[in-house]
Design a protein around this ligand. Structure first.
Ligand SMILES: NC(=O)c1ccc[n+]([C@@H]2O[C@H](COP(=O)([O-])OP(=O)(O)OC[C@H]3O[C@@H](n4cnc5c(N)ncnc54)[C@H](OP(=O)(O)O)[C@@H]3O)[C@@H](O)[C@H]2O)c1
Length: 286
């Protein structure tokens, strides 16, 4: 079976490339070969390749920049995924698509379930929600996996930024009122492999939208503290960390204060769940 992974240099796409080996004939295509913002060329490539499974790990992920270029964000995060879903349906191929906690406004006091109504605060969140809706409307075999706070040793993310700043600065102010689950791209890739194996062996759960993040929760400040502790344990001197509220760190895009996603539905339906975020961070930095 041909497996198409959209995204090449991305955190999740890179992890998938490593972790899906042996499951099929893997085609990992970056934006130069497969541009989600060019629907006609996208259709042509999909028809030529005719994959038996499509995994979309590509997205417009520049959350603040998206406020300035909503058309591009919607083209990549909504129109592209709609074409992927339509072509997947034509091919009879399942589509696995990643989405985000930023589809929610964060006002709920508890972790969000898949039944909660999305209400994105940012253009990025709106464009990702539109992508989810477009895929669901096609109504083919699909898994929309909403995740949060993705990091890896590759690309641009909070872990790599903190590692650098903790060693460059004497003091660092980090937001402590946004709560979520930092999720390692490698954990997402391993669980995606499990989902594919369940489907391939005829043990698939129901298709649809699911939450998939690391277990546990913390704030960005708590995540920074954990990174700092692990660096200090290796003898690396680190900046002093100071907690601040979001209002003291204004950004062009608003972020939800509560990013916690309840992942129990995927555990029940597909028997897939991720390790605790603290364990994953230790494993990532090993
Ligand atoms: N990062 C997070 O904190 C976070 C949180 C929640 C959900 N998510 C979701 O998780 C998924 C993976 O995120 P990630 O962190 O791995 O993203 P990432 O590291 O920013 O990578 C995104 C990739 O998308 C590709 N891309 C951008 N524009 C494209 C276009 N026009 N056509 C085709 N590909 C294009 C780029 O591909 P190439 O450079 O490879 O060509 C880029 O490497 C996304 O759906 C994202 O929305 C991420």
């Amino acid at each position: 079976m041909k497996i198409l992974v959209c995204g090449y240099n991305g955190q999740v796409a890179q992890a998938l490339q490593k972790h899906l080996a042996g499951l099929g004939e893997l085609h990992v295509l970056g934006h130069q070969q497969l541009d989600l913002a060019a629907p006609e060329a996208l259709r042509t490539t999909l028809r030529q390749l005719a994959p038996g499974l499509i995994i979309n790990a590509a997205a417009y992920t520049a959350v603040d920049q998206a406020e300035q270029e909503p058309e591009r964000a919607f083209a990549i995060n909504a129109e592209g995924p709609r074409v992927l879903a339509e072509e997947a349906e034509e091919l009879g191929a399942p589509l696995i698509h990643f989405s985000t906690d930023y589809v929610f406004d964060g006002h709920k006091a508890k972790p969000y379930t898949e039944d909660d109504k999305p209400n994105p605060l940012s253009v990025y969140g709106q464009s990702k929600l539109a992508g989810e809706q477009a895929i669901a409307a096609v109504n083919g075999k699909h898994l929309i996996l909403r995740t949060s706070w993705v990091y890896s040793l590759h690309g641009r993310n909070f872990l790599l930024t903190m590692q650098r700043l903790l060693q460059e600065k004497p003091q660092l102010r980090v937001v402590d009122d946004q709560i979520g689950a930092p999720t390692w791209a490698t954990s997402l890739a391993s669980s995606t492999r499990l989902l594919i194996e369940r489907w391939q062996s005829g043990q698939a759960g129901a298709w649809g939208t699911y939450h998939l993040t690391a277990q546990g929760e913390t704030s960005w400040f708590g995540f920074a503290q954990a990174i700092s502790e692990l660096l200090k344990a290796r003898g690396v001197p680190c900046a002093e960390l100071l907690p601040i509220p979001s209002r003291e760190y204004p950004t062009p895009a608003r972020r939800p204060l509560n990013s916690r996603l309840d992942c129990s539905r995927l555990a029940q339906e597909w028997q897939v769940s991720l390790p605790h975020w603290q364990q994953a961070l230790i494993d990532c930095l090993k």
